[in-house]
Design a protein. Sequence first.
Length: 123
Amino acid sequence: MPLSEAIAFGALGGLIVEFVCMWGYIISWQAARRECMESGVIPLPGIAKYLDLPADTFVTVTRVAMGAVMGFLLCDQVAGPMAAISVGAAAPALLRQLNGARTLDDLRGSANRGVEDEISNGR
């Protein structure tokens, strides 16, 4: 897949995930309004109680950017648009996995420190 398409579809995947999250907030707002209307409570809750425009905008931009970055990083691995969209949608989880990845040397060092601690504690 060409690099530009992988980036664009990855970004689209990030946007789709954020849209689904925002949709959940909008549905919650709708349900709260309906509940208030049925019980006669006035004023009806405003959308601002359910959406924080500056924060939600920032999260949307970062999710789109993460999707684009993953599309860039994995452009040689994705076989089509749906794969690139999926990579973009999964970007936060994939990046979290990469951040938490430990090398074999890290694991060996942790094991050696554990043994050294036990020896120094006289066990």
